[in-house]
Design a protein around this ligand. Structure first.
Ligand SMILES: Nc1nc2c(ncn2[C@@H]2O[C@H](COP(=O)(O)OP(=O)(O)OP(=O)(O)O)[C@@H](O)[C@H]2O)c(=O)[nH]1
Ligand SMILES: [Mg+2]
Length: 317
């Protein structure tokens, strides 16, 4: 913890691993760094595969680090069971970034439980926050439940589209418009970008009327570093917007509630996994044969869960 707070990168990497894998002592580590958190701003970046999210993240990191700001990046890969591929992929694409002293990139492999992914990402971001990053950029692919949960732990959410998202954009829009604050149409060097930007603007019109944030829509060519400064500017503006009028404390309180929900869900899920082949199997048999109704069974599980000594927090157990 001392080395982490002294900004030693090796300590940061080690601490992230401990927290991500729920290794022994992870909860104590989090408790120790928790008082030092709260100054990083978490930006979630999501959108369809290949939209240019990493290229934009790369551009943002280069932009802010040139201004002397520290940028931490978490790439969440919900489709890959191991981190090797995702890590390598992002390292190659973000190759020049790793060389910057104020930029740190970390890939996270995700696991079965959706509550677990958001909780683990949140905890990793806490460790990075305590290390002293000014910005945390959290990239996820797609719009499933896991991505929405990960975006829910962010202070600000940016969703990236491409002109050829086409019909798919309708489905994407439905899930994402609720949670996004900034919209990007990347690959604006291809036809249809302005059209899509206009459509997105119409889709958020009601939200703009209702709230004081204007939900900007930006077009960009991340690969040519066009639009990156604009995106950085909107994110700075959103950060300032939340920072005024006591908005950020409210956002953080909502996040704290979600943290609690995620942690509790993770614990219940871990317990269920641990008991799957034992007691739960026996209960399922009784339910299936009509000897016990599922709600009574859930009561029994709940009682046993509460009576346990300690809590099921370690996934490696
Ligand atoms: N034509 C064009 N290509 C771009 C632009 N931005 C990024 N790309 C390219 O699109 C491809 C995907 O970019 P990434 O940044 O890896 O996209 P991503 O959304 O992070 O991809 P995943 O993480 O795999 O979902 C790369 O080959 C980029 O060079 C752009 O503005 N125009
Ligand atoms: Mg990417």
């Amino acid at each position: 913890v001392q080395a982490l707070l002294a900004r030693e990168r090796r300590a940061l990497s080690r601490a992230i691993t401990v927290v991500e894998n729920r290794e022994r002592g992870f909860a104590d580590l989090l408790a120790a760094v928790y008082p030092r958190t709260g100054s990083a701003f978490r930006v979630g970046i999501t959108g369809p595969p290949g939209a240019g999210k990493s290229t934009l993240v790369d551009g943002l990191a280069a932009h802010w680090s040139a201004q002397g700001q520290r940028v931490g990046i978490i790439a969440v890969d919900p489709t890959s069971p191991f981190s090797g591929g995702a890590l390598l992929g992002d390292r190659v694409r973000m190759g020049d970034l790793s060389a910057l002293p104020d930029v740190y990139i970390r890939s996270m492999a995700t696991r079965g439980s959706s509550g677990g992914v958001a909780a683990a990402t949140r905890d990793v971001s806490m460790v990075m926050d305590a290390f002293g990053f000014d910005w945390l950029l959290i990239e996820t692919v797609g719009v499933g439940q896991i991505e929405i949960e990960v975006m829910n732990i962010c202070d600000s959410v940016t969703v990236v589209f491409v002109p050829e998202s086409g019909d798919g954009v309708q489905a994407l829009k439905a899930g994402l418009i609720e949670i996004a604050h900034v919209y990007v149409v990347n690959k604006a060097d291809r036809p249809g970008a302005e059209q899509l930007a206009t459509e997105l603007g119409q889709a958020v019109a009601a939200k703009r009327d209702r709230e004081r944030w204007n939900y900007p829509v930006i077009t960009s060519e991340a690969v040519h570093r066009k639009g990156v400064t604009e995106l950085a500017g909107e994110l700075e503006r959103h950060r300032a917007f939340l920072g005024t009028a006591e908005r950020l404390p409210r956002v953080r309180r909502e996040q704290a509630l979600k943290d609690l929900e995620n942690i509790l869900r993770e614990r219940v899920h871990t317990y269920l996994l641990q008991e799957r082949d034992g007691w739960l199997d026996e209960l399922s048999g009784r339910i299936a044969s009509g000897n016990l109704d599922p709600h009574r069974a859930a009561d029994l599980v709940w009682q046993r869960l509460l009576a346990r000594e300690g809590t099921p927090t370690s996934r490696s157990d």
